[in-house]
Design a protein around this ligand. Structure first.
Ligand code: 5GP
Length: 204
């Protein structure tokens, strides 16, 4: 990947940890980061808007997207499919803008294989009880779904070691500041800057 491309930031972690809330808060703080909208077969929750929260698809439509290689990654999660539309991500990165994917861990691991130069952030809950409180508190999940999501969360936390950064989401504002600091530092990596200086030397 070219050094002038945007950064691919992958924000992952257990369901209920607050990835969506953190992403929404980040969007307000950092306006030059683009949020990728996923496709899903999950039915919309109250207040969710097509094309803003998700592209809502039937199973058949989703399978067609997989077959036509339209997804950068996809995963089945608690009985539904979720995936990242590839073309939008590639074009946005090529235009020099940073992209954030807010995805669960199986998908994040697929992205890591395809885009090892991505930056992988694991959003962690302060503790498991707090995570359960958040999932139950959302009021949108059945008892069965809460149990499945908690089982998934335990398995997901095991994968923390595969990530570049761990951000504990104890307080939203602080979590955002930590992520902002990571983005700033990643932009300052010498690999992303040295070519500009080399170019200046040649022109001198
Ligand atoms: P929810 O149903 O709560 O909106 O999302 C369930 C899980 O799917 C969350 O962990 C969310 O981050 C994840 N998710 C959302 N979009 C995608 C996607 O495009 N790909 C993958 N792999 N996971 C996603």
């Amino acid at each position: 990947m070219d050094n002038d491309n945007g950064l691919l930031l992958v924000l992952s972690g257990p369901s209920g940890v607050g990835k969506g809330t953190v992403c929404t808060a980040l969007r307000q703080r950092i306006t030059d980061v683009v949020y990728s909208v996923s496709a899903t077969t999950r039915p919309p929750r109250a207040g969710e808007v097509e094309g803003v929260n998700y592209f809502f698809k039937t199973k058949q439509e989703f399978k067609r997207m997989i077959e036509q290689d339209e997804l950068l990654e996809w995963a089945e999660y608690v009985g539904n499919y979720y995936g990242t539309p590839r073309r939008f991500v590639e074009e946005t990165l090529a235009s020099g803008r940073d992209v954030i994917l807010e995805i669960e861990v199986q998908g994040a691991m697929q992205v890591k294989q395809k885009f090892p130069q991505g930056i992988f952030l694991f959003l962690a809950p302060p503790d498991l009880q707090e995570l359960q409180n958040r999932i139950v508190g959302r009021g949108t999940e059945t008892e069965e779904s809460v149990r499945k999501r908690m089982d998934a969360a335990r398995a997901e936390i095991e994968l923390m070691n595969q990530y570049d950064y761990v951000v504990v989401n104890d307080e939203i504002e602080q979590a955002c500041q930590r992520i902002e600091a990571i983005i700033t530092a990643e932009h300052l990596r010498k690999e992303r800057q040295i070519h500009k200086f080399r170019q200046w030397m040649k022109e001198d």
